[in-house]
Design a protein around this ligand. Sequence first.
Ligand SMILES: C[S@@+](CC[C@H](N)C(=O)[O-])C[C@H]1O[C@@H](n2cnc3c(N)ncnc32)[C@H](O)[C@@H]1O
Length: 235
Amino acid sequence: MKDNLISELSGRYGDDKTDKLVRYMQRIRDINEHINLTAVREEGEFLEKHIVDSLACNDYEEFQRAKLVVDMGTGGGFPGIPLAVTNPDKKFILVDSLNKRLKVIDQVAEELGIRNIELVHVRAEDMGHNVKYREKVDVCVSRAVASLDILSEWCLPLVKKGGYFIPYKGESAEDELTSADAAIRVLGGNVEKIENPSQDKNAISGHRLIFIRKCNSTPKRFPRKPGIAKKSPIR
Ligand SMILES: C[S@@+](CC[C@H](N)C(=O)[O-])C[C@H]1O[C@@H](n2cnc3c(N)ncnc32)[C@H](O)[C@@H]1O
């Protein structure tokens, strides 16, 4: 599986970018022995679940148009780093509330010469109120961070009007959308479509991508203070 995936990646992205993706995987796997970044250990599974899955956005023009992208709750750099490696013309802001993980990304990105990233150590609930970031980004992606109603409150405030919040969601995508429907509208978003790249013969991704367009400004009171989104969901 590993060799097939690598040759598919090379065919699509070229040898240099594929080499960087594979080296990133290898370094994260090494570091994972000491700092827990992922439960996935085997190389083929890592390539599929972390690298190829992260790249799913590249197939969509809503993402291709973006110049500035946030990855909220990036952890070990997913989906942000694979997207940054394959899109050197875009800038990526990788955000996490745990600095230990950002330091790992910083070290490995430096070693591999990945320069189109900025690492921001902040809680999502605070970032949304910083004028440097609020309604400034073209796209915000996020994978495996929080349920969609909470995540929308953290991510939609960052997206500029006309831009997109694109959460990567598992099989619960439709159910999460039902629960988050009111929140998304209150926060200024509109759900345009759900894509399932794993059904596309050209792509392997375990996640669905939900495309939420930012249509209206987010009311200033959002995001609320840490813990409130979970305790009092927007209904
Ligand atoms: C399960 S990990 C997922 C990491 C990565 N996105 C992936 O798919 O492999 C969730 C990450 O979200 C971060 N996170 C959780 N709550 C956050 C918040 N309020 N603000 C910023 N980051 C947060 C955690 O520190 C953690 O690194």
